[in-house]
Design a protein. Structure first.
Length: 59
């Protein structure tokens, strides 16, 4: 019975991990192929928002 639950847990983790990985890969491919001119839209918005902000100094 312990072997069944172990197999079930490992298989569940594998399926969840595979699904998450496929989502990230599909998003990357989709934005690369179909992003067009708006590929860097959110990055540019972040850069524009942060203009004039003071840099955090590291010790």
């Amino acid at each position: 019975m312990l072997a069944y639950f172990t197999d079930f847990a490992l298989f569940s983790l594998f399926v969840i991990g595979l699904t998450a990985t496929m989502g990230v890969i599909a998003n990357g491919i989709g934005s690369g192929l179909f992003g067009g001119k708006e590929r860097a839209k959110y990055y540019q918005q972040s850069v524009n928002t942060q203009k004039g902000w003071n840099r955090v100094k590291r010790k």
